[in-house]
Design a protein around this ligand. Structure first.
Ligand SMILES: *[C@@H]1O[C@H](CO)[C@@H](O)[C@H](O)[C@H]1NC(C)=O
Ligand SMILES: *[C@@H]1O[C@H](CO)[C@@H](O)[C@H](O)[C@H]1NC(C)=O
Ligand SMILES: *[C@@H]1O[C@H](CO)[C@@H](O)[C@H](O)[C@H]1NC(C)=O
Ligand SMILES: *[C@@H]1O[C@H](CO)[C@@H](O)[C@H](O)[C@H]1NC(C)=O
Ligand SMILES: *[C@@H]1O[C@H](CO)[C@@H](O)[C@H](O)[C@H]1NC(C)=O
Ligand SMILES: *[C@@H]1O[C@H](CO)[C@@H](O)[C@H](O)[C@H]1NC(C)=O
Ligand SMILES: *[C@@H]1O[C@H](CO)[C@@H](O)[C@H](O)[C@H]1NC(C)=O
Ligand SMILES: *[C@@H]1O[C@H](CO)[C@@H](O)[C@H](O)[C@H]1NC(C)=O
Ligand SMILES: *[C@@H]1O[C@H](CO)[C@@H](O)[C@H](O)[C@H]1NC(C)=O
Length: 393
């Protein structure tokens, strides 16, 4: 049957592949991997030649576990690399070594891998940082209580051309209830420096974070402007651009930059506003490993309550109007007798007019004469053109 024949062919092929694979026996792996500390930061890993191979038939490959891209291929039976206690929880201090056969690094004829994990008794130090000042650095970490320790530091560089140098011991160690560390009075200021701390709990090796204290902002008031100047820290070759962020009258924060050798920054100043500034140095290419945090907020001026013209219209005018109305009501009530005396019967007036004709001197005697009152803010008298008093009509 065709299916049986196909199956047979398939099986034969698989068998042949297995045989071929066995013939392509990979080279044996390196033997007896060991390591040796060259200093607190660098370790040398070495091994023995695999059994049964002649020189020139093989080379070695090695890498940090998980870092395939960093794989190197050599003929030597050892290599040197850096290992920090800070990284020893991960695979960063685990190395893999294997043999490539056929004398070529490109060959896929590779042995299985051998692993070596490098560890030390580790003291975990938190929030390690070095604050950089013009005359030195203050390197410290969080310590819940005073602690005894040995502190030394040295270069993080090592290669065939850069030999290891002995570490320098810290000469101004301090230990407080919050932070412990060392003040390094060192003009050389190597920003490629690594630190080695030995405490009773164990060791710690690390590359610290370098920070500069936030810049100090000085504010000068000019006509309609605030001139912002930032103090420039002189640290070796380093220079900084600065960022100044501010809020004005509770408006959203805006940020502006000041370049290292640039002039001061002028911003328009509104005298009725509270300004709140914070600033920080931005690392530049020259010293890009040194960072800075924002400074504390610096306030200038104060918020003043202002009435917009519309507010005046909306608040003041109704108040004036209602005051006027109340006053006039009051006035009207008090003097209603004057303003609106008892209205005489018009027909009676008419009759009187008819009887007396136009002789005003006769009618005047009959008309109402206002009696002057002592507290009189509002006297209403009606005067005719000829000066005689008349009844209002
Ligand atoms: C290499 O390791 C094997 C077993 O792990 C041991 O028997 C042998 O003695 C070691 N060889 C050397 C040279 O240390
Ligand atoms: C590393 O290997 C080279 C050459 O094989 C040798 O000269 C050197 O001493 C070795 N270094 C260590 C630390 O084993
Ligand atoms: C592992 O160590 C190398 C060299 O010290 C370092 O460059 C790398 O960032 C480390 N990786 C991790 C994940 O810690
Ligand atoms: C792989 O390398 C080993 C050791 O160099 C060699 O004996 C073997 O023949 C090689 N196999 C292939 C398929 O090249
Ligand atoms: C170094 O920093 C610590 C803690 O941050 C502080 O107590 C100490 O005064 C600083 N030392 C110097 C010399 O600046
Ligand atoms: C500091 O170093 C000295 C001398 O090497 C040693 O005796 C001492 O135990 C060390 N202290 C700590 C806390 O490791
Ligand atoms: C900033 O304002 C001051 C006056 O307050 C003036 O003297 C200065 O030239 C201005 N600077 C810039 C860069 O405009
Ligand atoms: C510093 O400011 C200048 C001028 O704005 C700019 O060209 C440069 O890229 C800035 N540098 C950094 C590191 O931001
Ligand atoms: C920067 O400030 C934040 C928040 O205040 C703080 O958590 C962080 O540790 C600071 N970074 C440095 C390098 O001081």
């Amino acid at each position: 049957m065709p299916s049986t024949r196909e199956l047979y062919a398939c099986l034969t092929f698989t068998a042949m592949m297995v045989v071929y694979h066995c013939k392509a026996d990979p080279p044996p792996p390196p033997e007896n991997l060991t390591f040796k500390w060259l200093d607190p930061f660098f370790v040398s890993v070495s091994w023995l030649d695999p059994r049964g191979l002649k020189n020139g038939e093989f080379k070695y490959k090695f890498c940090r576990k998980g870092d395939e891209i960093g794989t190197k291929c050599r003929i030597d039976r050892n290599f040197t690399d850096r290992c920090f206690t800070e990284h020893s929880d991960s695979d960063n201090c685990t190395f893999e070594v294997w043999t490539v056969g056929s004398g070529s690094c490109d060959s896929k004829n590779e042995s299985e891998r051998r692993e070596i994990k490098i560890q030390k008794i580790r003291a975990k130090l938190e929030e390690k940082k070095c604050i950089v000042y013009p005359d030195g650095m203050n390197c410290s970490w969080n310590s819940p209580r005073k602690q005894r320790f040995n502190f030394s530091y040295g270069t993080c560089e090592h290669s065939k051309t850069v030999p290891l140098k002995p570490l320098t011991t810290c000469d101004q160690p301090y230990s407080g209830a919050k932070r412990s560390g060392c003040y390094l009075k060192d003009n050389k200021r190597d920003f490629n420096m690594c630190i080695y701390v030995e405490t009773e709990a164990g060791l710690s090796t690390f590359k610290p974070e370098f920070v500069i204290p936030p810049p100090e902002l000085s504010i000068t008031e000019g006509p309609g402007v605030l001139q912002l100047d930032l103090e420039h820290l002189k640290i070796g070759w380093c220079y900084w651009n600065y960022t100044v962020c501010y809020t004005r009258c509770n408006k959203p924060e805006v940020c502006e930059s000041i370049i290292s050798d640039g002039k001061a920054l002028n911003i328009t100043y509104d005298k009725d506003c509270l300004y709140q500034f914070r600033s920080r140095a931005e690392p530049t290419e020259a010293c890009k490993t040194i960072t800075s945090n924002f400074s504390k907020v610096v306030a200038y001026g104060s918020n003043k309550t202002r009435y917009e013209p519309l507010t005046v219209v909306a608040i003041v005018i109704p108040i004036i109007l209602s005051a006027c109305i109340i006053l006039s009501c009051y006035c009207f009530r008090k003097h209603s007798a004057i303003i609106c005396p008892v209205i005489p019967d018009p027909s009676a007036i008419f009759k009187e007019m008819m009887i007396n004709g136009n002789k005003e001197h006769k009618t005047s005697g009959k008309l109402y004469t206002p009696v002057p009152e002592p507290i009189e803010p509002c006297i209403v008298t009606l005067v005719a053109e000829n000066g005689d008093l008349q009844q209002n009509s």
